[in-house]
Design a protein around this ligand. Sequence first.
Ligand code: CTP
Length: 400
Amino acid sequence: MTTLSGKEIVLGVTGGIAAYKACEIVRALRKDGADVRVILTASGARFITPLTLQTLSKNPVYTDLFDLITESEIGHISLAQRANLLMIAPATANILGKIRGGIADDMLSTVVMATAAPVLLAPAMNSRMYASPAVRENVEVLRERGFTFVEPDEGELACGTVGPGRLADTEKIVEMARILLAEKILAGKRVVVGAGPTAEDIDPVRFLTNRSSGKMGFAMAVAARRFGADVTLVAGPARLPDPPFMKTVRVRSAKEMMGAVGKAAETADAVVMAAAVADFRPESAASQKIKKETFDGRIPLVPTEDILASLGRSRGNRVLVGFAAETNDLAGNAVDKMRRKNLDAIVANDVSRPDIGFESDSNEVRVYFSDGTALDLAMAAKDAIASAVWRAVCRKFLPG
Ligand code: CTP
């Protein structure tokens, strides 16, 4: 199962230079399991051919509203009705104006008007056009009407100017599709996720850290966002980009993570600590690089504060979920940690196995709950494991 399996997505491609990026979007949507049907406007077809999009989508491309063959196979109204999501990428100033003004003079604008599915708009145009009062107003009105926008990025545009207007990254657009199509089991909930390793400085060039890649924690944050939560991700120094559509706070040490998680947790409904927080830090960090001639071979360490345990002492109504990365006696260690830290659930995984360990994209876990039950999640991609953990946590502790 991939995130968009079984979903029918209609992708509208309008006439801007970014139309060529629609190819990547079609491929990414298909890779995620979606059935993609492309509607290409007449000006879109000046930039990219129907044959390209048809080959990539493996479906006929719709161009003409009154085309006899496509209308006989699947009419524009049924295309609008069958779609689980309609997205327009790139969306020109022209199509935004037409949708806002209620104009339905071609296949795409007609299908937009006839659909009850959510509509995602990813504009791309010259910065000045994007900043023009007409476009600003159209975007605002369409937002109020419930259309979802994935804002363009800033950068160098095909016309040579630099500024906002470049079509958002494919992955960002596809992620918004996943968000719009996921069940909203965490709607209205605030979630904090701690992820990644921490780094404890010894001197300006050396530090203590661990092998956590941050992948599992980032996957927990992304899954919560897809399920509709307002997410704050507190990330240690992981080599992963900030996930879109959430707040990411980057920290370095256990102390900084404690501060950032503690602050975000004040208003949270659930806190998940998937971070591999250092248990000890150097007593003091040298301000200058330690020289081997003068180093006595000892680095005095002091314990760090346990973030989850401290949240567990003043719980409120928050749901607390921990992770236990173990190399032996998985069950014993995990359940013991859940009790000691006063958690609702703990996700236990065996990091001694290379196939599901730190850098791996897959995981296999057992989730222990405070009511004594447990749930086995068979080997799967970390994002699938993250979704399954959230489903179980929601069922038990955050019923909609
Ligand atoms: N944790 C935390 N603050 C710390 C250490 C750990 O919040 N200073 C959290 C982790 O994010 C994880 C859980 O506690 O959710 C268990 O972490 P783990 O490192 O497995 O356990 P420890 O309590 O540190 O015990 P040990 O290292 O002895 O296994």
